[in-house]
Ligand binder design. Structure first.
Ligand SMILES: [Zn+2]
Ligand SMILES: [Zn+2]
Length: 188
């Protein structure tokens, strides 16, 4: 049934057309914007939350897990987890700020194995390809939003060091496939 050469967005676009629904009506039914459905169908999977995609699958009467595995035949691309709380994002202290260095992984999955948040395949600000580091090299935007150093309990350096150690332990135990770090020079 599902075409393995299609992205999740394209598979959902086909479903919508088969059901003779417009982007606007699908958007209205799941409580999102037409522009979001449009972007989602063009491959920007992170514009919709997991709940909205579930709702869309429900609306089209398909099983999301089946859809995700059908779309998972795609070429892996460099992605990182958008959640600051995720152990794949490592905190470092820069003066008054704690910033997070994302672990860029090559994957064809849309959601983080560690925390379930959407994985991001590009700069969330300007859509430039991902580069190693904390910032987009094109627009300078942080990949993961930083926090104030004063918002953590105790010494920020100590806190960050402890978090990094803890994160490294969690990621090495739970997801052996995760930290294939850096060298994302072949970003698609
Ligand atoms: Zn995550
Ligand atoms: Zn950017």
């Amino acid at each position: 049934m599902a075409d393995a050469n299609k992205t999740l967005g394209e598979l959902f676009r086909d479903l919508r057309r088969e059901r003779k629904m417009t982007q606007a009506s699908a958007a209205q039914r799941i409580g999102s914007a037409q522009s979001q459905i449009s972007a989602f169908e063009r491959g920007r999977e992170n514009v919709l939350s997991h709940e909205k995609i579930e709702a869309l699958a429900h609306l089209y009467d398909v099983d999301l897990t089946t859809m995700l595995s059908a779309a998972a035949q795609l070429e892996p691309t460099a992605r990182y987890c958008s959640s600051r709380e995720c152990p794949t994002n490592m905190p470092f202290v820069f003066g008054e700020l704690i910033r997070f260095r994302p672990t860029v992984v090559q994957t064809n999955e849309s959601y983080c194995r560690m925390c379930g948040e959407p994985l991001v395949p590009e700069c969330p600000h300007c859509n430039a390809p991902l580069q190693p580091g904390l910032n987009c090299s094109r627009c300078g935007h942080e990949y993961v939003e930083g926090i104030s150093a004063s918002s953590v309990v105790g010494d920020p350096e100590e806190w960050a060091r402890h978090q990094r150690q803890r994160n490294a332990e969690i990621t090495s135990v739970v997801a052996p496939a995760v930290p294939r770090n850096e060298n994302s020079n072949s970003t698609v």
